[in-house]
Write a protein of this length. Structure first.
Length: 355
């Protein structure tokens, strides 16, 4: 059994137990809207940033068998001015902010800081403190983990200019991040990307062509870019790219204004990284306006959150949370549960119970 957390624009007023048969069972809970991530121990929550404060708090919680959260240890402080993103695996938690990268171990005593992480590559268009304070430009970072690497997407946004992004990679060993190097330079045009667990391939959506790009390590240690799906253009509306824990399948949730939301599923060739869309793809989620998706920790289910409307007011009815089972052999999806979920959930995290 896992627990699924989906904070919305008002509060985290409910959570759901994901049972072995794929059914979602509501469980009472109450937290302020928060950025969250999961580990084997439980849940790590970033408190909402207070305007003018130079830090935010990260707090570890144990997830009890009844779904309740038990506060564990003292909060950890993280320096941030404008942005914060979280990433985690079963043991380690990372916070990427415009002030740096910070790592922690999540355990029985709460969060313990790792040694400082050295960023050796600047953002594509660095901002001065004065420019940031006057909101003339903004830098942000998002970290995504594979088993032995971490991939860091840095984005620079200036007034009246298109965003600039670059992707770099770290070697990851026992929680430490080191040896940062360029992975895709400034050719990334979107924050929608995902690495395979072995770190050999990274897939990203190219906004200009609506194609999935593959970034791979070349024989000489450089990185090469290839357009997959036989160069064919893909439909608009991609929300995320997700890769199964064994690296066999890429799941591409799509929220297309002209159609009901669906998930495209591609099989990944382990040697070449080529993608082949599986029979039966795309798979309908059965709801409207898909906003986000995640894989549960067991790898048996894909979870998708849906808003009531596409952002045009009024948006007053509840959102939906849908669980879809994953066929481990074929990658095929099938809806197992569809439940009401607060007001327009905007993130989703699934964690195993810790005790």
């Amino acid at each position: 059994m896992a627990y699924v957390f989906t904070p919305d624009a008002v509060a985290l007023t409910s959570e759901f137990a994901l049972l072995a048969d794929g059914q979602l069972q509501p469980v009472a809970q109450n937290l302020k809207p928060a950025l969250i991530t999961g580990t084997a121990y439980g849940l790590v929550v970033a408190s909402p940033k207070i305007v003018g404060e130079p830090t935010v708090k990260l707090q570890s919680y144990s997830v009890e068998p009844n779904g309740l959260l038990r506060l564990v240890g003292n909060p950890a402080m993280v320096a941030t001015n404008q942005s914060l993103n979280l990433a985690s695996d079963q043991t380690y938690v990372y916070a990427a902010t415009d002030e740096g990268l910070f790592g922690f171990i999540d355990g029985d005593d709460g969060l313990s800081p790792l040694p400082p992480i050295d960023e050796t590559l600047p953002p594509p268009a660095p901002c001065s403190p004065a420019q940031e304070n006057e909101d003339q430009c903004r830098n942000s970072g998002a970290l995504t983990l594979s088993n032995a690497n971490a991939f860091f997407l840095q984005t620079s946004i200036a007034q009246f200019a298109a965003p600039l992004s670059q992707l770099s990679s770290f070697v990851r060993s026992q929680g430490q991040l080191s040896s940062e190097q360029y992975f895709a330079g400034d050719s990334i045009s979107t924050g929608i990307f995902a690495p395979t667990p072995d770190g050999n391939f990274v897939y990203a959506l190219d906004l200009g062509s609506n194609r999935i790009l593959r970034y791979a390590m070349g024989e000489n240690g450089t990185y090469t870019t290839n357009i997959l799906s036989k160069g064919g253009q893909l439909s608009d509306g991609f929300v995320q790219l997700l890769i199964s824990a064994n690296g066999s399948f890429l799941f591409a949730p799509v929220s297309d204004a002209a159609n009901a939301p669906y998930i495209r599923v591609f099989q990944i060739d382990a040697s070449s990284g080529d993608l082949t869309e599986i029979p039966g793809s795309p798979f309908l989620t059965g709801e409207d306006y898909l906003t986000g998706a995640a894989l549960d920790p067991t790898g048996n289910f894909l979870l998708a959150t849906h808003a009531y409307c596409n952002g045009s007011p009024p948006c007053v009815s509840p959102g939906k949370l849908v669980a879809m089972s994953i066929n481990s052999s074929t990658g095929a999806l099938s809806v197992t549960s569809d439940v009401v979920d607060g007001e327009d959930p905007f993130t989703i995290t699934a964690v195993l119970i810790s005790h």
